[in-house]
Design a protein around this ligand. Structure first.
Ligand code: PFF
Ligand code: NA
Length: 455
């Protein structure tokens, strides 16, 4: 996709696998490795995990299928696709709003995602340099705190990550993405399995980890935990903001949406569960609190790498793969917006990317400061730091809202014959999908929203 207009034309990706790789690259990222474990830890473990799995099945997958179908049918950047689709269905222009909500989500998510991805870059370098070798678990925890206490160091790594993202976007997404995802994904999976093996054999707390993750205590299922679980199912599948819609535009007409999306969602879920199963036993073995928050991944694993001979190389490689997984996700947050800017305004891809990256980076500094200068209560809103608020706003509000609108559009507004053709399912399977998309998913989102406001 060297030429800048390729995003808006109807070309389909040449390789059959490219859509799967791009969608998996988008879905699998910090959401699985960093966010899922600490969210589960903060929301009582099993109750959260089980609610999350139910949300993936009943809300996430049907909406993800809808989003891919809308993208393939619309074949433009999400904002323009939604306009086209609305015109085709004789619906109002207001549906273009879906694209806007998505662009807003993408902007906000990237601003803090990049800060956390910056942590993994920082850990990659320090790990390879051997800085952690021989540290005790406590010292590893202190060095994480030292990183988050240092706004300059964080801002620099945040800048490095944004530049990396902008670089891939400016060159055009196809070139780098496919081959890097092809290498990164299996590498990440193998390292996670090794870590899981270590947890099983060496932590002495494996069953405690399993019990924490899967034993369901209904009293832990507060409406807030439920909202977090639903929000996370959107976040982890990259739903409700146009990423899947943008990539869907390149999906070959013949490819089965149900099968492809099913595979991506399954992969995403497995990676999150394996990450959790590897991490929680270590958390217990090291006497950490599962509810310790955003440092969970970094501290629990680094302690292990620090204690193993050669751990600095395995650890360095691991955090490098985490950063790459974050990169293939961050690309998918930017691409829909940049594609739209190029379609809409007379600017080229490079200048659109440079300006957009700069604005995101500046906004992200708010999240950097949330861990130090602005950590105090006087800087909080609704009891949250800027970083927490941005995360809450997107995962729990704008992504589910975007997803809700997409479900309603695909289920109620778009002509049945059109969506039927896109889905290419047997009538029975199509009807099951449609019932989920028309009724179950929207109702669930609304009920969870409402109970949170009233509860
Ligand atoms: N799904 C990504 C993850 O789990 O890390 C995060 C993400 C990517 C969210 C793209 C939203 C998005 F559009
Ligand atoms: Na994910």
């Amino acid at each position: 996709m060297a030429d800048q207009h390729a995003t808006s034309t109807a070309q389909t990706w040449t390789h059959r696998w490219t859509f799967v790789l791009a969608a998996a690259g988008s879905a699998i990222g910090l959401g699985n490795l960093w966010k899922f474990p600490y969210m589960a830890g903060m929301n009582g473990g099993g109750a959260f995990v089980i609610a999350y799995l139910v949300c993936i099945a009943l809300i996430g997958i049907p909406i993800m299928m809808a989003e891919a179908a809308l993208g393939r049918h619309g074949r433009h950047s999400p904002i323009n696709s939604m306009r086209e689709l609305a015109r085709e269905a004789d619906a109002g222009r207001a549906w273009g709003l879906v694209g806007w909500v998505g662009a807003l989500s993408g902007f906000i998510i990237l601003s803090f995602y990049s800060v956390v991805a910056g942590w993994s870059l920082s850990y990659t370098v320090d790990m390879f340099a051997g800085s952690f070798q021989g540290m005790s678990a406590e010292q590893v925890g202190q060095s994480f705190d030292a990183l988050t206490a240092d706004p300059v160091r964080m801002t620099v790594w945040h800048a490095v990550f944004i530049v990396l993202t902008g670089f891939v976007i400016a060159r055009g997404v196809h070139k780098g993405l496919e081959s890097s995802v092809r290498v990164m994904m299996p590498g990440l999976f193998i390292l996670l399995l090794l870590l899981l093996g270590y947890s099983v054999m060496e932590s002495g707390k494996f069953m405690e980890g399993v019990r924490f993750m899967f034993s369901f205590h209904p009293e832990d299922l507060t409406t807030e935990a439920l909202l977090s679980a639903m929000g996370h199912s959107f976040f982890t599948l990259s739903l409700g903001m146009g990423a899947i819609m943008a990539y869907g535009a390149y999906m070959p007409k013949k490819a089965s949406i149900a099968r492809t999306i099913g595979a991506v969602a399954a992969l995403d879920t497995v990676i999150a569960l394996v990450a959790g199963l590897a991490i929680f036993p270590l958390v217990f073995a090291q006497g950490m609190e599962p509810s310790g928050g955003p440092g969970l991944l970094f501290v629990s694993l680094t302690s292990v790498f620090a204690s193993l001979p050669g751990g600095q190389f395995i650890g360095g490689l691991f955090f490098l793969l985490v950063a790459l997984a974050a990169l293939s996700s961050s690309i998918s947050m930017v691409e829909p917006v940049v594609a739209w800017i190029i379609e809409r305004f007379p600017v080229n891809r490079v200048s659109a990317t440079v300006v957009y990256s700069l604005v995101v980076w500046l906004f992200g500094i708010g999240s950097v400061l949330s861990f130090n200068e602005w950590a105090g209560e006087e800087y909080q809103m609704f009891g949250m730091t800027f970083f927490e608020l941005m995360d809450y706003l997107t995962a729990n509000i704008t992504l589910p809202l975007g997803g809700l609108l997409i479900a309603i559009f695909a289920g109620w507004i778009m002509k049945r014959s059109h969506i039927f053709k896109e889905m290419n399912l047997s009538t029975l399977h199509f009807n099951i999908w449609r019932a989920l998309c028309r009724v179950i998913a929207p109702a669930a989102v609304v009920v969870i929203f409402v109970s949170n406001i009233t509860g």
